[in-house]
Design a protein around this ligand. Structure first.
Ligand SMILES: Nc1ncnc2c1ncn2[C@@H]1O[C@H](COP(=O)(O)OP(=O)(O)OP(=O)(O)O)[C@@H](O)[C@H]1O
Ligand SMILES: [Mg+2]
Length: 263
């Protein structure tokens, strides 16, 4: 990790609900995401996690404050950021390989390079054998791996993921989390991942940004010190480390405090 890549300073977001009504979803949030790190946004439902991610993606504008990525202020979507959503977003009429090639085609990457990159990222997410299959022939976890490969193939500086494994069963989710550690290690992609799953947060995060609810404010910034700066690629190992259950308990308390607050 070398320096800050994403800098979020005093960001607030107020939605206009019409008829003179407004809703402040995010209030004065500041944090930084270091280059090559995994930053997890955690907090109860409605605390503004997706809103913050969408502002980083440039899909929403901040009402106040500023988001800077690699020295440039975000003022809209850009190729430096790739987003993976909770819902499967593959093109059903294209093969898996063509899905992964799609963004590169739009960006006029030559056919041979496109093919090579697609195969590289399909291999990375363990889908080489399914390159010629169609998304409808794949399981949910495999479809989400297609989305990850497709997004990575566009070579984003920051990978943004909004509850990417929320729709998957527990076992697949677990394998996907391990895959993301592997992808982070192999590609050095900076990631911002939204979840409300505590275990997922502890497993994936180099840093956890815990948000309080209504409006979303920064409640705590937590670096899981027990990992001692390393990523741990298997779950059986991490849950046995000293400090794991203390952090889980701490996050549970934070979640309970926030979850019971009146809206
Ligand atoms: N486009 C919008 N217009 C109006 N209000 C919005 C809009 N998007 C989000 N909100 C409101 O902003 C608040 C934060 O929403 P957001 O989706 O960011 O929460 P979240 O933390 O991602 O929740 P969840 O965990 O349920 O996905 C909520 O009160 C929501 O109703
Ligand atoms: Mg959300």
């Amino acid at each position: 990790m070398t320096g800050t890549l994403v800098d979020i300073t005093h960001v607030s977001k107020t939605f206009d609900l019409g008829q003179g009504k407004t809703l402040q979803a995010v209030r004065d949030v500041s944090f930084a995401v270091e280059k090559n790190s995994i930053c997890v946004l955690l907090g109860p439902s409605g605390c503004g996690k997706s809103t913050i991610l969408r502002m980083i993606a440039g899909l929403e504008t901040a009402t106040e404050g500023e988001i800077v990525i690699g020295g440039r202020t975000v003022d809209g979507p850009g190729r430096d950021r790739g987003m993976v959503f909770q819902a499967y977003t593959s093109f059903d009429w294209l093969s898996v390989r063509k899905n992964v090639e799609f963004g590169m085609k739009v960006n006029n990457v030559p056919a041979q390079e496109r093919r090579g990159r697609a195969d590289h990222f399909l291999n990375l997410v363990g889908l080489s054998k399914f390159a010629d299959a169609y998304p409808s022939q794949l399981s949910g976890g495999m479809r989400q791996r297609v989305a990850i490969a497709r997004t990575l193939a566009n070579d984003p500086e920051v990978l943004l993921m909004d509850e990417p494994f929320g729709a998957l069963d527990a076992e697949t989710r677990w394998l996907m989390q391990e895959l993301m550690i592997d992808v982070a290690e192999k590609t050095n992609t900076t990631m911002v991942i939204v979840t409300h799953d505590l275990e997922e947060a502890i497993f994936l995060a180099d840093k956890i940004i815990f948000l309080s609810s209504h409006p979303g404010r920064l409640k705590e910034e937590i670096v899981p010190a027990f990992k001692q700066g390393a990523r741990i690629a298997d779950k059986e190992h991490i849950i046995r480390l000293d400090g794991y259950s203390d952090l889980e308990e701490h996050l549970m308390r934070l979640m309970r405090e926030e979850g019971h607050r009146d809206v």
